[in-house]
Every structure is written in C-alpha cells, then in structure tokens.
Design a protein around this ligand. Structure first.
Ligand SMILES: *Cc1c(COP(=O)(O)O)cnc(C)c1O
Length: 338
C-alpha cells in the first residue's frame, strides 16, 4: 500500500486514562481540532468520550458542526474566534464558544478567555459576566518549556478568577496536565497527549503515553545508482560508490515534508536514511542491497517516533501530524483497537 495510516483507538483510550490519573479529579476535555491532529476527529472523539473525556474542543464552528452531526449529545467547545453568523449557528447546534471580547453573545454558552501572558487571544481584564458565561479560561505559553512563566500565568489567572469559582475554570493543556498540578483547576484541554505524542518533544513513554498513529508505505522500486549518478530534483544526492536505493511512492503532498531529508525510516525492519530531495510524490532511501517492490516501510510508529522526524525537520510533532494527508485519494486509513 502506498500510504497507510493506522489509528489505534485502544492506545488513545489508555492515554485518556493516563491523563485522567494525572489530573486527579479534574475533567479531561479532548482537543480534536484539525481532524484530531490528523488522527480523525470523529473516531478519536468517540473513543475519548468512551474512556472518560467529558467535552470536545475544536478550533472552528465548521469543525464543531461536523462533529455535532456525528455525535449529537457531546458537549462541544469552539476555541477559536467566531463571526456573528457562526454565533447563530452555534446557538442552533448547542455549541459552547470561547469569547475574547467584552460583548458576550446571547443564547449560547460562553467561556471567557483571559490573556494572562500568551499575548494572543483573550481579554486582559474580565468583562462583566452575563448569565451566558459558564466558564473562564486562559492558555499557557510555556507549559512545556518554562515552568516559572507558566507559574506567573497561573497565579494571574487564579487572582483574577478567585471570586468566580462557581464557573468552570480551565487552564491546562497536555504539558500542564502532565507536569503542572497547580494548573489543574476544573478541567484540562488536552490534545497532543491524547494522541500519545510528547508535548515536550521527548519519548512519550516517559509520561506513560502510547503513540496512536502509525504510518507505513512500501518500496515501490529499488535501483542501483552507479558512482556519480544521482537521485531526485537538483541532484542533491550523488552516489559516491555503487549504491542501492529504494523509492517510496509518497512525498510532501502526503505530508512527508521536504525538509525530512536525512531522517530515517524502517525498511523491512532496518533503519535507512532518506536521501536527496523529497518530491511531491516520491522519496528516496539508501539501501544496502536490492529489495523487492512491496518491501514494507515504517515511517512512523513501531520504533520510529514522530518526535525524531520533528527534530530533523526543526519543528514540533503537532505540525507534522496535523499535516499528514489522510485523504482517501492519497492514503488508506485503518482503525484498530488494541
Ligand atoms: C490546541 C489547544 C489546546 C491543546 O493543546 P495540547 O498542547 O495539544 O494539549 C488547549 N487549549 C487551547 C486553547 C488550544 O488552542
């Protein structure tokens, strides 16, 4: 199969349990924006709710409406900003909205967002609260990297919202849910950790998480480059000696980014280096011998952590996973339940 994405919902449920243990009584809200970071929003939302998550969080009203169509009874919170037309849609669909302004819409549940240091969405002071307001929240800029600054944000939030403990107060993302007990409040909004990826860019096993997604392909063709011959656009890899290479039938249009040259994938169980320029639909790996077409290749999973690719591409797993192309025109998606 040219590109196969396997989603292990058993692993996702175990990650939910791990987070619930870390949260010690606070609710877990499953962040399934961007099609559950590329993992499939409806499948992941169903599994997370079954395992004990109590609300679904998405970025946009259209994302929320799609989920509402499939999961009629779930609580759904839209984290991003909304137009007035979308407020009306949200009201009709029974969604909850995050509001970062002083005018609170009517007839729809609202969570007011305070900016305590992220410097992005949110108001710097709380607006006067109408009866629509059911929650108050903030978002941490450095839960994964700077505990001190996260502590400053948490304290600002605590001071501003202390008189509002009758509302649902929520601050933590995955990193804070796992490592900052003082950020727990009433609920945590967790995305990356649900999918078994480390918010810290390290081995997810350190926090008891199991990767949910694996990505496999195959060698579509292997060929011998004689010394001096090259592979791919720009001749960015030139063989110094006779070298067997394998061509995978996927590339940056599938989400295997162009800056992943140099990373490794597992070919028939052995680690092999990606060489030359990754193109739209093809990627070359260096082999030590000729291999038959159809030889399996593991790109992510089974000992090939996404965190490693993220380091090579100088990015974070969030960006890689949310951009894997899962369209049926490019990949086959398989659901398992271990
Ligand atoms: C995306 C998002 C989250 C989830 O963050 P993770 O690091 O993936 O857990 C939480 N809160 C808000 C406001 C978000 O936009």
């Amino acid at each position: 199969m040219r590109s196969e994405i396997t989603i292990d919902l058993g692993a996702l449920r175990r990650n939910v349990k791990t987070l619930l243990r870390a949260l010690d009584g606070a609710e877990l809200w499953a962040v399934v924006k961007a099609d559950a970071y590329g993992h499939g929003a409806v499948d992941c939302a169903d599994a997370a709710l079954a395992a004990g998550a109590t609300t679904l969080c998405v970025a946009t009203v259209p994302e929320a409406l799609q989920l509402r169509g499939e999961i009629p009874t779930a609580r759904i919170l839209v984290l991003g900003p909304t137009s007035s037309r979308e407020v009306a849609q949200a009201r009709d669909a029974g969604l909850a909205l995050v509001v970062s302004a002083h005018d609170i819409p009517e007839g729809v549940a609202v969570h007011v967002k305070l900016d305590t240091g992220m410097g992005r969405w949110g108001t710097s002071e709380l607006p006067s609260l109408s009866r629509e307001v059911v929650g108050v929240m903030t978002h941490l800029a450095t839960a994964d990297s700077d505990r001190d600054f996260a502590g400053v944000q948490i304290e600002r939030f605590r001071e501003a919202t202390d008189p509002l403990s009758h509302l649902t107060r929520h601050v933590a993302n995955s990193a804070a849910a796992l490592r900052l007990p003082e950020a727990r409040f009433d609920a945590a909004r967790c995305g990356i950790a649900l999918y078994g990826l480390s918010p810290f860019g390290t081995d997810p096993g350190e926090d008891g998480l199991e990767p949910v997604l694996s990505w496999t392909s195959e060698i579509a063709q292997s060929k011998l480059l004689h010394a001096g011959e090259s592979t791919g656009y720009g001749r960015r890899f030139v063989a110094e000696r006779d070298t067997w290479i394998g061509i995978l039938p996927l590339g940056y249009a599938d989400g295997f980014r162009r800056d992943l040259t140099g990373t490794e994938v597992r070919v028939g169980g052995e680690r092999r280096r990606v060489i030359g320029a990754v193109s739209m639909d093809a990627t070359a790996v260096e082999l030590d011998r000729e291999l038959p077409p159809g030889t399996p290749v593991t790109i992510v999973g089974h000992g090939m952590p996404l965190e490693e690719h993220a380091r090579v591409a100088d990015t974070i797993t969030y960006e890689l996973t949310s951009r894997i192309n899962t369209s049926p025109t490019r990949a086959r998606r398989v659901i398992t339940d271990s």
